[in-house]
Design a protein around this ligand. Structure first.
Ligand code: SF4
Length: 103
């Protein structure tokens, strides 16, 4: 590979990387709507204290997305990823009926 080829290649890699980063950033910004059919099906709320306690008697206000086994973001993140809602972000203080204790 000549010096110029290598340089072009490196520039292409860099451009590609920033496109990918921009793409995942755009995806990360889409927030789950409480009225989304899957959110409704799982009783998802942005605020765990607003969960339907009659429908989900095992719910407890200490349960929230940030301490759920399925939470895929940092414990301090306000919004993060959950595999049940691919491509959308759920609220850190949120909750759904699939909440599971960590570890
Ligand atoms: Fe939040 Fe866990 Fe429900 Fe995902 S499964 S929405 S992280 S409570």
């Amino acid at each position: 590979m000549s010096h110029t080829d290598r340089r072009t290649f490196m520039m292409q890699v860099a451009a590609c990387g920033s496109l990918l980063a921009a793409g995942s950033q755009a995806m990360a910004q889409a927030r789950l709507d409480e009225k989304d059919p899957q959110a409704v099906a799982l009783g998802y709320v942005h605020d765990t204290t607003k969960a339907d306690k009659k429908k989900f008697p095992k719910h407890d206000n200490s349960q929230k997305c940030t301490n759920c086994a399925l939470w895929q973001s940092k414990p301090t993140d306000a919004w993060g990823n959950c595999p049940l809602f691919a491509g959308k972000q759920v609220a850190g203080p949120g909750w759904c009926s699939a909440w599971a204790k960590k570890g």
